[in-house]
Design a protein around this ligand. Sequence first.
Ligand SMILES: [Zn+2]
Length: 97
Amino acid sequence: MLNSKGFNLGRRRRRVIKVVKKKLPTVFTCPVCGEEAIRVKLPEGSGPAIVQCGACGLKREFAATPSSQIVDIYCMFTDAFYSKDKAQTPAPVANSA
Ligand SMILES: [Zn+2]
């Protein structure tokens, strides 16, 4: 086994970074009505991003930065939605992270 770097062998952090350059989805599933009708509108410059469902009319605003992506906003939206839900009925966390 080569050990030119000395210590720290075998304790390397595994980092798996996938660069996905696919076209990002722009319509998401609505947690309220279940329709794939959630659209995220990013602000031009400063201002809130707007999440709106075209089926049930749900509308939320989230603070966004110029580097925010549509999926980031949707994540915030679902996080806020489900964390509010969790406050009443804690669900088992199936997170293998
Ligand atoms: Zn909806």
